[in-house]
Design a binder for this molecule. Structure first.
Ligand SMILES: Nc1ncnc2c1ncn2[C@@H]1O[C@H](COP(=O)(O)OP(=O)(O)OP(=O)(O)O)[C@@H](O)[C@H]1O
Ligand SMILES: [Mg+2]
Length: 286
């Protein structure tokens, strides 16, 4: 088994009487992308804040790269990158100056121009951040999280509110980081994004992890696969027939369909992560 980048053991946080994160356990291997998926208020950001040393767990512990984040906070923080929901960039400064400032804080001699290129902001580095669009700021935030060439990258809803093109740019940056060997902890409530990017996904609901596996295995375990056929009736009307796959009578049902009906279109359907989340928790992700 590969080395573990993150180990969460019984990690817990309460805000007053409210238990936001409730004794969660999980492990992330080095180089893995873990999608942390759950609806608003599920406890995703609170988990990220504990894992990155911004909140001290009320119970349990988190070990990153073999170090306890609550005890060896500085050593851990030197090796991780964090991109949070709300941007806190210096708006009056240029993008390059924002990155240079952060690089200095980390004592990093990273090439900030190359970093800007990596997130597709080449040529815009001298512009003040206040002139940037939301998508550009978000990409700059990702670049800033990369100044110390982190071994683990935490991204809290990095594509929230962005258009499809900006979102795709950020997904490509994440994949590129993974190719460099970076571990990625990604929170999102976009199930398609989680499905596309993650090696494994954790479903979090009301502070508890209710499922954790590869998207493929979750679909195998919880989702049913089906064939949807559109058939034409004698009077020309169209109707839909559904045949569930992976059942004993699937073969005969398909043969019967073709023998007795005029099939116009045929396609297969697989459960989405959203379907499975609803099945497990009884609630929607949005
Ligand atoms: N500073 C705070 N003080 C009190 N309660 C808080 C605070 N921050 C979060 N909470 C509560 O803790 C719970 C978990 O919040 P958290 O921000 O971790 O959820 P989330 O999964 O990140 O949600 P979202 O998708 O909306 O970002 C929610 O019920 C929230 O209201
Ligand atoms: Mg959040």
């Amino acid at each position: 088994m590969s080395n573990l980048a993150i180990v969460a053991e019984s990690l817990t946080y309460q805000y007053g009487d409210l238990t936001a994160v409730d004794h969660i356990n999980f492990q992330v291997a080095e180089g893995e992308i873990l999608g942390f998926l759950g609806p608003n208020g599920a406890g995703k950001s609170t988990t990220v804040r504990m894992l990155t040393g911004q909140l001290l767990p009320k119970a349990g512990k988190a070990t990153l790269l073999g170090l306890d984040i609550a005890r060896q906070t500085k050593q851990v923080q030197a090796q991780i990158g964090v991109c949070f929901e709300n941007t806190n960039l210096y708006e009056q400064m240029s993008a390059l100056d924002n990155l240079k400032l952060f690089a200095r804080l980390y004592g990093s001699n990273v090439n900030v121009e190359a970093l800007l290129n990596q997130v597709g902001l080449e040529g815009r580095g001298k512009d003040k951040v206040q002139t940037y669009s939301k998508g550009m700021k978000q990409r700059l935030m990702v670049a800033r999280a990369l100044v110390n060439q982190p071994r683990i990258l935490f991204l809290d809803e990095p594509t929230d509110g962005l258009d499809p093109v900006s979102s795709e740019t950020i997904r490509n940056i994440i994949k590129e980081e993974q190719r460099r060997g970076t571990t990625v902890f990604l929170t999102t409530h976009d199930m398609l994004e989680a499905d596309k990017l993650s090696d494994r996904v954790a479903f979090i609901n009301q502070g508890k992890i209710v499922a954790l596996d590869t998207p493929h295995k979750l679909k195998q375990q919880y989702g049913k696969r089906a064939i949807m056929a559109e058939v034409e009736l004698a009077d020309g009307r169209l109707e839909t027939r559904e045949i569930t796959l992976d059942e004993a009578n699937t073969g005969t049902a398909v043969a019967e369909l073709f023998a007795t009906e005029k099939v116009v279109t045929l396609h297969s359907e697989e459960a989405t992560l959203e379907d499975i989340f609803i099945q497990i928790t009884g609630r929607s992700l949005t």
